[in-house]
Every structure is written in C-alpha cells, then in structure tokens.
Design a protein around this ligand. Structure first.
Ligand SMILES: *[C@@H]1O[C@H](CO)[C@@H](O)[C@H](O)[C@H]1NC(C)=O
Ligand SMILES: *[C@@H]1O[C@H](CO)[C@@H](O)[C@H](O)[C@H]1NC(C)=O
Ligand SMILES: *[C@@H]1O[C@H](CO)[C@@H](O)[C@H](O)[C@H]1NC(C)=O
Ligand SMILES: *[C@@H]1O[C@H](CO)[C@@H](O)[C@H](O)[C@H]1NC(C)=O
Ligand SMILES: *[C@@H]1O[C@H](CO)[C@@H](O)[C@H](O)[C@H]1NC(C)=O
Ligand SMILES: *[C@@H]1O[C@H](CO)[C@@H](O)[C@H](O)[C@H]1NC(C)=O
Ligand SMILES: *[C@@H]1O[C@H](CO)[C@@H](O)[C@H](O)[C@H]1NC(C)=O
Length: 847
C-alpha cells in the first residue's frame, strides 16, 4: 500500500483537475437504522462494541427467542484471539429455535450471523450441523464450522412483514449454535429494482423481491475498509488475493475527501474510502499494453449473482481520456466505458449492477477490465470496488436446492407423534427387500463404529461426538437428545395391535415377501402404515435395528418418513406415514382415476426428483434408491409426491453374502442397461429408472406391457424411437393432447432422453433433471395462465372417471399380469435370505 500512497500524493499535487474536484462539497450522509436488533447470544451481560453499537445479553433478548427444548448458554471468560468480544459466548440449540422480531419499518435489512466455535466441555461446536432459515428463505443449509475460526454471514432481505423470524434448525442428531445476531435496517437506495442482465444484454427488473447474500465485497487497490470508514458497518476486503495474475495490476489512490457523489449515488452505496482507491493496468513486466486485469472468485455456479462494480476515475489527468471495456465471465459487460462522460467529472462515483444468471454463470466468476485497443485515449482500465451478492434461487434458498419446508426439520420424537402416515401399496410391487440401496461414501471406519453396545445410539460418523459427549451430560439431557436423534417413536406391541385391530386382515393394504402392511390408527387418531415382518433370527433383529437408525436419519419432504418402530419380542415392525393418495402409477393408468393435468404431473415428478436428489446428495450422503418406479412414488392427501421404499444396504460385510449382492435387483422396464451389463450400481442407475417414470407420466402406460406388439412392449425403447423421429407427441397420453405447452413438453422430453442415455456418464444428475423439470413447469405455467384454470375447472366438471384410451393398444385398464408376477417373485426371492427383510446386500463395491 506504500505505492498507492505515493500515487495519491503525486495526483493530489500534480493534478489540477483533482484539486478542482476536491474543492467541491461532498454530501455527507449518515443513516440511522430504525430496526436495530443486536444480540450477543449466550452472553450474561450487554456487550458494547467500538462503534457504540451495543449487543444485548441473552437476558435482554429473551423475549425474541422461542425454543422447543431448553437451550444451552455457553460463555467463555477469557477473550482468546477473537476479533470482537461477541465471539466469547454462544448459545446452543438442540431443537429448533426461533428468534422473532417486531419490525419498525419494511424494506431492506441486513442480517448478520456471527459464528465462532467456542470451547466447551459438553459440546464440541465444530460438530454442530444445522440450517438457518427466515420465514421464506433458506439462508444456510447444513452449516458446520470446519476450522476454529470466526465467520460472519451477511444477508440483505427485503422485510415485508411486521414480524420477522430467524430460525435455527439442528439436523437430526445434531445441534445448532450462534454467537451473535444482527438484524438492522439498511437504506432503501442500497439496491434498486433494476439491473443489467448479461445474457441477453438487457435490463433485469425485480431485484427488490430477492434476498441476497454477500459473497464478496472488495475495495480494489486499497486497504481493508471497515465499519469506521463505512457508516453502514460493512467490511471491504483487499483485492490482491483475487487478482490473476497479481502483476497485471497496480493500485492508485487519492484522498477520500476528493470523492464526489453525483445525483443517484451516495456514500451509503459505497464510502469515499472505496472510491478513493483503484486497481489499474500495470505497465511493467507485461509484454504488451493490450491485456485485461482479471479477478476471479469462487462461487456456486448453480446460483445467480448480482455483481455491482464501483468506478471512479481517479487516474486520468483530463476528461474523456479513459475508455475501457468491462467483462464478466468473459462476456462484454460495458463496452468503452467513459466514466467522465457519464459523471461529468473526475473522481466522481459511479456504479453499475449486473445480474449474472445461470445461463452465464461459471465457477470461478471472472471480472475483467481491459483497454479498448483504439488509438484514442490512455491504454488503461480501472476498477475501484466490487460486490458479489448471491441471489436466492427459485425455491427461495441461498444454500442448496431446498427451500423452506423442502425438508422436514422436526423428526418425530418419543411422545410426540408426527402427524402423518404412509401406506406401502404393496399390491403389485416389490417388497422392501428389492429396493435395496447402497450406502456410499461412508467413512471407512463405519464397520467398526457399527459395534455399538446399545442400538439406541446413532451409528454413523457425524454423530460420534454425541456418543462421547453424552457421558458428561446429565441423564435428563441425554434423554432429551435421544429423542431428538430421530430414532422415531417407540411403539409397544400392544399399541400396534390396537392400532391395527388385532392385525385385522381387512386392514391389510399391502403384502410382500417380508410380511404384511396394515393401515392402522394410532392413539391420537393419526393414520399410519404398519409393516410387520415375520419374527426372524437374532441377526435379523440386529439388522433391523441398524436399519431403523439409518432410515430415521432420512428426513425430507419428498421421502416417505418412518414414524416409529417396535422390536418387542423379536417383532420387527416399522410404522410409516400414511400416504392417502397411493402410488403415482394408479393415477396414470390401470385404475379408474380422473386423469391428472400436465402441471400436476410435472409437480409430482419434481417432488420425486427432489426426494431422489436428496437421497443422492443430501444429508445422508450417497444413497442409491435402486428401485425407482411409479409404484414407489406415493402421493399424500395433497398430492405431494414422496419416494417410498428406499431401504438401505451396507456393503456386504462377509463373503457369505457377496453372492447375494451380485444379483441385479430392480424392476423390469426400469432397469439401467449399464447396471445390468456391468452389475455396477451408481446413482445414474436411479436416473435411468426415473427417466422411465417420466415417460410413464407423459404417455400414461406401463414401463413394460407384454400385451403390446413387440416393438412397443418396452416403453423406454419405444418412446426413444419416437423421440428421435421428433414425433414424441404422437404417443403422449391422449388426455393431455392440446393441453401441453409444446416448449414445456420439449424440455421434458429432452430431460427424459438424457436420463435414458446408454451410459451412466452421459446421464444428468438428479439436480440437473430437477432444474429441467422446474423449467418445464415454468414454461407450462407461463403459457397457460388463465387457460390452465379453465382446464382444471373442466376436469373437475368431468369428475366421472375417464378411461384412458390410447392410439396404441391400451393396457386394458389392468396391470399386465406378467409384470405382477415378476414383482411378486422379486419380493419372494428376497425373503429367502434371513437378513433380506430390511436389507439387500449389494456387493456393488466402491466408488
Ligand atoms: C420490498 O418488497 C415490496 C413488495 O415486494 C416492494 O413493494 C418494496 O418496494 C420492496 N422494498 C424495496 C426497498 O425494494
Ligand atoms: C478511515 O477514516 C480515517 C479517519 O476517519 C482515515 O484516517 C483513514 O485514512 C480512513 N481509511 C481509509 C481506508 O480510507
Ligand atoms: C518485473 O519482474 C522482475 C522479475 O520477475 C522483478 O524483479 C521486478 O521487480 C518486476 N518489476 C515490477 C515493476 O514489478
Ligand atoms: C479481455 O478479455 C475478454 C474476455 O475474456 C477478451 O475477449 C479480450 O480479448 C481480452 N482483451 C485482451 C486485450 O486480452
Ligand atoms: C437469464 O436472464 C435472461 C434475461 O433476463 C433470460 O432471458 C434468461 O432466460 C435467463 N436465464 C436463466 C437460466 O435464468
Ligand atoms: C426468491 O427468488 C424468487 C425468484 O426466483 C422470487 O420470486 C422470490 O420472491 C424470492 N424469495 C425471497 C423471499 O426473496
Ligand atoms: C402370473 O400369475 C398368474 C396367477 O397368479 C398366472 O395365471 C399367470 O399365468 C402368470 N403369468 C405369467 C406370465 O407367469
């Protein structure tokens, strides 16, 4: 920075234009936030910071906080090497905790969340894992600190409600913590509604409806600028770590007092300290004077970003001397930017907002400035400041693909019954065994940690600290914890006997090789699906217990959830949520059900895709469903789709079982041909099967229909032929004809075709598919506002069941018998193995 100071001195004395500027009056604006909530969580006393901001103690913040179970306060007396005293204490939540604030005025507000894992005997805060959400946006998903360092996460939200909540939601079996919270009004001028979009170049409006997260805020060519020089308390970092290469740039700076703010700008947008320094083209050690200054930033390319660039010509000696180009991700952002022509003067602040949406996103995000390469003017280019803000995605998240409510945050706990139920519609499909799934990416010592003494303890790695920290806890606390660990409710045998009217055969809603599924009603009136296995060997019980622990970790809005279990007298009973509307398949064909609209089908496919995406990448990483099909997508009373029948398979632990594992499982018509050939299971096998489900939804016929002419028997093969001919619309469900927006259908068909690619590597991830399906839904909705409503009404009017009639021989209203036989065999086959009831071993090792 010594060089920049030198430059500053030179300019101030050698540049008459600059003197002229500094003579101008500078508008000084201060801002007093009307909402100003500052909380030092876990602190017994109020904590004033240097800028006279007082963070109130827990006691004084008590009225904002509501928790389900007692929260735990952690304070550390000695200030370690933390930058601010607010990091000396934290509050720990073992259950969801909501801070709710009464807002004085609507509009932009900062949320700043401060995290530092303070030392504590009972809890190792580095093991905390949790989400942070507002009423409508997911701010942080599965946060956990990786190193002992402090961090601040900053967001900008447009508050539109009188009450505003910030929620801390621990993951199953874990806990949440927070050191300090700020919720503070920000000036409305901070972000306008309109930005420049890059692709295609144009304007983007609607910015005021988004929530932003500050990813980077940089002061180019200058020192770090903090709260002392920024009235809004922002921190502007130095740019050298991001310069690629750093030699391409030198810094320039002037005295901040010379910075001039023309109309439409304000020191609140960026303080003079930021505009008073810049990075410009270096003129040494570069072979030609024609190059760009480049910065690159790590970003999450699945999100769109708002890129704000701050410019101020502090390098020119005359007006209209500096022209340069500005690029974002190598796309032209501004061509021939002439700052003095825009602002009318040297040293005048100017900024521009770019919306970089997913079509032009890349990681890293690159920002470049470079000369125009014309003979006129100086061969230079500058940038004074840069802000990169992440924009919430379409589901209202700033972290990951799931929006608020996209996952179930509350696991059922002993004594409280989750108010949902499930039915395994086993009539025509494979039992639990055939849906074996494989547990990938498991820590290597998993087998060892599996030798737990009490199976009530969680088995897998992330939770090991709970096991160790448990010893030091009071028994009350540990009891509390075991109920939050999501093992589900324990049912006594008598309770379940009551619930199913003494295992009444009329209550049977499904039959499989493992036993029966009963519709039951538990004490609070909730309908549940009770799956009762035949009593098995000790080994069976052990596996059963292991499975419960793993299954109960899987909580997601689009996965059928396990409510509880019973293992009394060696019984193996699982209690699931009841899914009132049964399998998707029944609504597509084979049963006399009113046909579903295209929108409804898309929504169901999107839900199922979310569930699968979660299995593949979510909390319990790397689970392959292995039996994706339309009978395993169940619909609840609101037609929310949930994936069912995801069992779990461990790697085959003994040689004895390896032969079981090599058997290819799955259902005909859905089976990934590559898996079949190589017997190697990957998540792309699920993607293939899901592609078949998409076709079922589009064409309303079974995956395999042996009663059809040979070339039509296999839906995937047949539909791909039509797709390649570009005539897929010829074979779609006739009830959809004329009601699908062609673009929506094309998007859908493209995604489907990719799912069905011959080789797994060519298939998209569930995340990609999700994106495409959502896009297809958007296209449909955009095309049929109003028209759609009519269509729905029409459907309601024709409430009498419509028989599906195909242009090709229909499945005659029934499930083809051969497929039924196949399913049954599959389930029975599974039953041959003592441990097969809940586990299917797959030797499909290692990835
Ligand atoms: C916040 O959102 C509301 C409603 O969406 C809008 O009317 C208002 O202008 C926005 N506020 C700001 C500061 O953009
Ligand atoms: C911040 O402000 C102080 C005085 O208010 C000034 O001395 C200092 O140079 C400023 N820092 C920057 C980076 O502008
Ligand atoms: C140019 O590069 C040489 C060797 O890499 C280095 O010694 C010199 O200091 C550089 N000059 C400037 C102005 O950066
Ligand atoms: C600057 O970067 C842009 C975009 O990456 C590129 O098109 C252009 O050729 C570069 N200019 C120079 C002088 O290298
Ligand atoms: C990006 O923005 C442009 C212009 O607003 C829009 O046309 C395009 O569809 C957007 N792309 C995506 C993927 O959102
Ligand atoms: C999130 O983004 C969507 C657009 O993708 C927008 O409609 C929605 O209002 C945003 N939600 C919030 C709370 O900012
Ligand atoms: C399927 O099973 C039924 C009886 O359950 C039998 O009549 C029929 O022949 C079987 N079909 C095939 C293809 O095996």
């Amino acid at each position: 920075m010594a060089t920049s100071l030198l430059v500053l001195v030179c300019f101030c004395f050698a540049n008459p234009a600059m003197m002229h500027v500094s003579a101008k009056t500078q508008r000084l604006e201060s801002f007093t936030p009307q909402d100003n909530y500052l909380i030092d969580c876990g602190s017994p006393t109020d904590t004033p910071l240097a800028g006279k901001r007082v963070f109130v103690s827990d006691e004084n913040a008590k009225t904002f906080l509501s928790t389900k179970s007692r929260d735990i306060q952690v304070s550390v007396q000695s200030a370690e090497d933390v930058p601010l005293p607010i990091y000396n204490s934290a509050r720990i939540f073992i259950d969801q905790a909501d801070y709710t604030f009464q807002m004085a005025r609507p509009g932009w507000h900062w949320i700043r969340l401060h995290f530092y894992p303070v030392q504590n005997n009972e809890f190792n805060l580095q093991n905390a894992k949790f989400n942070v959400e507002t009423n409508s946006v997911v701010l942080i998903r599965e946060f956990h600190v990786k190193t002992i360092t402090w961090s601040v996460k900053e967001y900008l939200v447009n508050v539109t409600t009188e009450r505003f909540s910030i929620k801390f939601i621990p993951k199953e079996g874990s806990f949440a913590f927070i050191n300090a919270i700020e919720l503070v009004s920000a000036p409305d001028i901070l972000i306008g509604d309109v930005g420049t979009s890059l692709s295609p170049v144009g304007t983007f409006s609607g910015l005021s409806h988004f929530t932003f997260q500050t990813s980077y805020r940089i002061n180019m060519g200058g020192p770090i600028v903090t709260g002392q020089n920024d009235t809004l308390g922002r921190t502007w970092e130095v740019d050298t770590p991001f310069l690629k290469p750093v030699e391409a740039s030198t810094s320039a700076s002037v005295n901040p007092s010379v910075i001039n703010y023309p109309d439409g700008t304000s020191p609140l947008i960026a303080p003079p300290s930021v505009y008073a320094s810049a990075s410009q083209m270096a003129n040494a050690n570069v072979s030609s004077q024609s190059f760009n200054v480049t910065w690159s930033f790590e970003v999450d390319a699945s999100f769109s970003y708002l890129v704000r660039m701050h410019f101020c010509d502090i390098v020119s000696k005359a007006l209209n001397d500096l022209y340069f180009n500005v690029y974002i991700n190598r796309k032209m952002g501004i061509s021939g930017l002439d700052l003095t022509a825009i602002t009318g003067d040297l040293a005048s602040a100017y900024y521009k907002d770019f919306v970089v949406n997913s079509s032009v996103m890349a990681n890293p995000l690159t920002i470049q400035v470079g000369p125009l390469n014309q003979d006129t003017g100086a061969q230079n280019a500058i940038l004074n400041g840069l802000e990169i803000l992440k924009i919430n995605n379409s589901v209202g998240s700033l972290d990951g693909e799931y929006g608020v409510g996209g996952k179930s945050s509350e696991g059922p706990s002993r004594g409280t019954v989750a108010a949902v139920g499930f039915a395994m519609m086993f009539g025509a499909f494979v039992g639990l065994g055939a849906m074996a799934v494989k547990w990938r990416k498991r820590p290597q010592d998993w087998q060892k940690t599996n030798s737990f003494s009490s199976w009530l303890l969680p088995v897998h790695a992330g939770d090991s600290t709970f096991m160790s920290s448990k010893n030091s806890m009071s028994s009350r606390k540990s009891q509390m914890l075991s109920s939050t660990m999501g093992l589900g409710r324990y049912f006594s045998f008598a309770e379940l006997k009551d619930a199913t009217k003494n295992w009444d055969s009329n209550a049977i809603i499904g039959v499989g090789g493992f036993g029966n599924v009963y519709l039951g009603v538990i004490d609070d009136g909730t309908k549940v699906a009770v799956k009762r296995g035949n009593p098995q060997s000790e080994q069976g019980i052990h596996e059963f217990q292991t499975e419960i622990q793993i299954l109960s970790k899987l909580r997601h809005r689009h996965l059928v959830s396990l409510i509880g279990y019973c293992d009394e007298n060696s019984e193996m009973i699982l209690v699931y949520e009841f899914m009132a509307n049964g399998p998707l398949r029944d609504h597509l064909y084979g049963k006399d059900m009113p046909p579903m609209s295209w929108k409804q089908r898309l929504e169901i496919c999107i839900g199922a895709a979310r569930g699968l995406h979660y299995l593949h990448t979510g909390a319990a990483q790397g689970i392959i469903h292995r039996d994706v099909k339309s009978t395993n997508i169940l619909l609840d009373e609101n037609f929310i789709a949930k994936m069912a029948d995801f069992g779990l398979s461990k790697d085959a632990p003994t040689t004895e079982e390896t032969h079981v594992s090599t058997a290819v499982k799955g259902s005909f018509g859905y089976l990934d041909p590559e898996y079949f050939r190589k017997q190697q299971l990957t998540d792309k096998s699920d993607v293939y099967s899901f592609g078949v489900v998409l076709l079922e939804a589009l064409c309303a016929r079974p995956a395999i229909n042996p009663s059809l002419p040979r070339e039509q028997v296999n839906l995937a093969e047949w539909a791909l032929q039509w797709k390649r001919k570009g005539l897929l619309e010829k074979i779609i469900d006739p009830t959809l004809a004329g009601k699908i927006n062609p673009e929506s259908m094309n998007k859908f068909a493209e995604a489907t075709e990719k799912c069905l690619a011959e080789y797994g590597v060519d298939r998209p991830t569930m995340g990609d598919i999700l994106w495409n399906l959502e896009y297809a839904l958007q296209l449909q909705e955009a095309s049929s506002h109003g028209k759609m409503a009519e269509e729905e009404k029409e459907l309601m009017a024709t409430a009498s069941p419509i028989t599906v009639s195909h242009s090709v021989p229909p499945p005659s209203g029934a499930i083809p018998s051969s497929e039924q036989n196949e399913s049954t065999t599959d389930a029975q086959g599974v039953n041959d193995h003592s441990t097969a009831m809940f586990t299917q071993f797959a030797s499909l090792n290692g990835r």
